[in-house]
Design a protein. Sequence first.
Length: 274
Amino acid sequence: MTVEELIVHGKKYLHSMEAKMLLANVLECDPLYLINILDNVIEDEKIEKYKKLIEARINNKPLQYILGTTNFYGLELTVNENVLIPRFETEELVENTILLIEKVFPDSKNLNILDLCCGSGAIGLVIKKKLPHVNVTMSDISKNALEIASLNSKKLGLETKIIESDLFQNIDNKFDVIISNPPYIGDDEKIDDIVSKNEPPLALYGGPCGLDFYERILKDIKYYLHDKFIISFEIGCTQREAVLNIANKYLKNIEIITKKDLSGKDRMIFIVRK
Ligand SMILES: C[S@@+](CC[C@H](N)C(=O)[O-])C[C@H]1O[C@@H](n2cnc3c(N)ncnc32)[C@H](O)[C@@H]1O
């Protein structure tokens, strides 16, 4: 079969762009390049591989896991089933945190920043890319996730320190900024099948109301912060009040800023002490 025939075949089952991305993945080229090789005849082995990828996608496996990569804030990150697929909302968290860092710490050179619950390293790596002079530490409880974070760090040439830790257990430094997108889905919350059946439960669920990680993190966070600090959290869209209460329970002399995401949902909480 030719490239053109294979695209037509894929389009019977999938959106045209997805079919092209899968085919390009097998042919190890850019999807936009396919237009130049429409008449090329493809070997049987590659056709079989392409059909297997189509089948995986029909069975609702996320495209990012099939391709093994995703784009996050301009960085091409490796992802697999051991890490959450980084979301658009988290790009907004990173963008707003960087703006706040520049405001609170105008000379942001030697800042120490911790990406707690780093997964693929999406947050910490974008921060290191945008603010090359800061020191970024990334930590997670999952060894498998940290392998991906480490691979991404090396692949992108972004130097970070990586620590395997159950929250703060193995952390012994103090930081100027702690940013986290912890697991925040309630244990019984209904979520899309494509998420619950494919993404790691360890990355998703945060106790009965999804608030356990905010409680655990905020309870101990003061021991890991300098006097002046920024804490930056992604939250579930119904958790704003509850997380504010937890923050006020454990921290004094703080300013709290909350922000909605682009779809108008409560999504970010910034806790600042100047
Ligand atoms: C929602 S994911 C966020 C991943 C990444 N930061 C992102 O935004 O794409 C939450 C991460 O928390 C990690 N995690 C779960 N329990 C943890 C714990 N007790 N200590 C540290 N990390 C934990 C999971 O392995 C997962 O990588």
